[in-house]
Write a protein that binds this ligand. Sequence first.
Ligand code: HEC
Length: 477
Amino acid sequence: MDFPLFHLDWLNNRFLIAVIAILHVLINHGLAVGFIPYITWLEYKGVKNSPSNQITDFEWDNFIYKKMKVAFIITTTIGAMTGVGIWFSAALISPSSIASLIRVFFWAWFIEWIVFVTEVVLILIYFLTWKNANKSLHSKMRHIRFGWFLAVFSWITMALIVAILGFMMDPGNWNNDHSLINGVFNPIYLPQLLFRTPTAMLVGGVYGMTLAFFFARKNKELLKRSVKLSSKWILVWAPLSLFAAFNYWNVLPEAMVENMSTAVGTMDFQEYYDILKIVIIVAISSVLILAMFGVFTPSKIKMWMVVIPCFFVFGFLGMFERVREFIRKPYVIGGYMYSNLLRVEDYPLYKKDGVLKHATYASTTEITEENKIEAGRDVFMLTCSRCHTAKGVNSITYVFERMYGFGKPLDVASVAGYIPNMHMGRTYMPPFPGNEKELDALAHFIKSLQTSGESVEGAQTKGVKINPVNSVEQFKK
Ligand code: HEC
């Protein structure tokens, strides 16, 4: 069983990963995967439209360089840190799911590491040699080639990671035959990659157009040319993104789509589900309208006209990630491991023996009247804490009070009556794995939380108690 290392009671563990992941995607798609080819294309345009006695149009070239500088600074700092941060936070919060993924995707991750290092080297070369490369046409063309290489490598890192993301949602054939090939070519892989590719290009273009207003504010001619080219770029990618979004939506298995109603917010915000569809349509159509005007009347475009669609496109991408995270529930790896990090195939064993007996960390495995609350806390940590907190976001007492009435004392029997059926009404929750005694202890613990108002601490502050059944002393006997 798992080694729970970390629990953040005020924020909720899932929320922590989600915040880092969404920030990363906005940077990775917007400023790397989609932005680099856009910048390289614009750099090339400078060479193509240069006055006949010059290598490139230097004013234009310097303007594109400034845009690249922003991408360079952000991607190599916040971008790189949040990228590693996703896996770092996920490994802290769900060590066993990350461990399973590493076993399946070892070689994919190994290649990913090489590709990522190459990408970092290429971005250093591309950005830092920009000015030097302006000495001859030969070196300028070589510089542009580096831009294209960088674009390809940025895309490959994304393409490898998307295989893992798709796998977690639906491993497809892998559940029957545990091979890497089956893992990579899961049913969600290609649709998701096909969606992310044009969407990244779209976000890159929108972002580039926004930046133009910062760097070419005083030079109307430059701004006009830039808006026109960005608009053309957007006109190519926006329809592909919309088409791919609906294609992706269609391949999501039915069960996942059912979960979608609560995916965007929490159950209090079911209507957000419809909002997601509206955001997609509004985002893409506002960007399309902007781009159409941008092609024909670029000098009429004002900064605020760009900022609004930019905001929508980011909202659309952020919401899509949030939905992706949620709809794979109750699984963290579809059909294989539940979001409480217990494997589906181990459930019969837990039902028989209880979860405490097999836990790595537990203060006791024999539940008595005296240690009931303590044991209930362990059961809570093992079976609910990956998604619920005691006092913070998605608090366990709050969700029960919402059902049974706020301000009223919880009834242990009703709480214990609800839990064994919770996965049927709310399909995003895994079934309760424990036995009768553990159920009773958990219900008493939840009730005690209501009166004590305490928050539960993770292993990082509280330390751990090795399960007495699995301790070294026990093993030596
Ligand atoms: C995979 C994540 C996950 C796990 C594990 C999980 N829950 Fe939940 N649970 C949720 C989400 C998400 C909601 C919806 C929250 C909201 O709408 O505000 C929820 C809602 C609930 C509700 C309210 C249901 C309703 O109809 O209003 C109860 C009660 C509940 N959970 C109890 C539990 C208990 C007890 C456990 C542990 C045995 C548990 N949950 C484990 C994710 C989870």
